[in-house]
Design a binder for this molecule. Structure first.
Ligand SMILES: NC(=O)c1ccc[n+]([C@@H]2O[C@H](COP(=O)([O-])OP(=O)(O)OC[C@H]3O[C@@H](n4cnc5c(N)ncnc54)[C@H](O)[C@@H]3O)[C@@H](O)[C@H]2O)c1
Length: 270
């Protein structure tokens, strides 16, 4: 029989170690906070070290356990070296969240080759490197959960963000291929494909040239999106953080190779 205690235990990450890329802000920061809140020791990784440190400090002062590290996920070998250090320090790696990402706005026809190379390197190759680094350790351990961040752009293509969608579709495929390879070794791999969540990434739609937020422009962007969604709202970062918690925890121990879509219902799939 399931009880309050067994249900709590299924979501409890006490004694687990989680590495989160993109933890300097937005969805990555909240995901790190949620995993730490569930008891995990978290390693907050970002290109922007000051912001990763800020996330870790916030978690520490809320009573959790967090370290920070600066890594460019696009750099070959960087995530492997970090995962090695984390395993030396903590003895294991139970959860890997590949959340770091960037956006470029361009039609496919006008796509600049250098910009395309950069977004592929961060959003797709970075996720591959993260999966490889964590996967090797987790296969040895015989356990682990890898969570890759895609986007609703995979399900509903939009004009002007094709390069981003291409990367995220690759991330969804990376998840499925790897899930097939490592499932028998006790390792699960899943994708989350969020809908629109206001963060620094989306702020480009309503930021003035001087860097301040134009609240009228923000409302003009957000309100039609909210109206279009069956749940009549856009997302908040914790909507995604709690999906990360589910996939990180034993509550999802029969779930692998899947794409979970916290998007207010804007896109649905079988
Ligand atoms: N916000 C949304 O609406 C939305 C929707 C779907 C998917 N996503 C995805 O969620 C993830 C997080 O996005 P967000 O909205 O929180 O954006 P964000 O810009 O707030 O956070 C992204 C973080 O990644 C870090 N980063 C960027 N390049 C990096 C690199 N090369 N190495 C290490 N860190 C790097 C940034 O410094 C930043 O802290 C991304 O993968 C994004 O594509 C976001």
């Amino acid at each position: 029989m399931e009880t309050a205690e067994s249900v709590h235990r299924a979501f409890d990450l006490t004694g687990r170690v989680a590495l989160i890329t993109g933890a300097g802000g937005g969805i990555g920061r909240t995901s790190a906070e949620v995993l730490a809140g569930a008891g995990a020791a978290v390693v907050c990784v970002d290109l922007d070290l000051a912001r990763a440190e800020e996330t870790a400090r916030g978690i520490d002062s809320a009573g959790g356990s967090a370290d920070s590290a600066q890594v460019d996920v696009a750099e070959r070998g960087a995530l492997s070296a970090l995962v090695e250090r984390v395993v030396q320090q903590h003895g294991a790696l139970h959860v890997m969240c590949n959340i770091a990402g960037i956006m470029i706005d361009s039609s496919i026809i006008d796509l600049d080759p250098d910009e395309f190379e950069r977004i592929l390197s961060v959003n797709l190759k970075g996720a591959v490197y993260g999966c490889q680094a964590a996967g090797k350790v987790m296969v040895e351990q015989g356990a682990g959960s890898i969570i890759n961040m895609a986007s609703a752009a995979v399900l509903t293509p939009s004009a002007g963000i094709g390069a981003y969608a291409i990367c995220k579709a690759g991330v969804a495929q990376l998840t499925q291929s790897m899930a097939v390879e490592v499932g028998r070794r006790g390792v699960r791999v899943n994708t989350i494909a969020p809908g629109f969540v206001p963060t620094n990434m989306t702020a480009r739609y309503y930021t003035r040239p001087d860097g301040t937020i134009d609240e009228d422009a923000k409302a003009a962007v957000l309100s039609p999106m909210a109206k279009f969604a069956p749940l009549r709202r856009v997302g908040v970062t914790s909507d995604i953080g709690y999906c990360v918690l589910y996939l990180a925890s034993d509550a999802s121990s029969f779930v692998t190779g899947q794409l979970l879509s916290p998007n207010g219902g804007v896109a649905m799939h079988y």
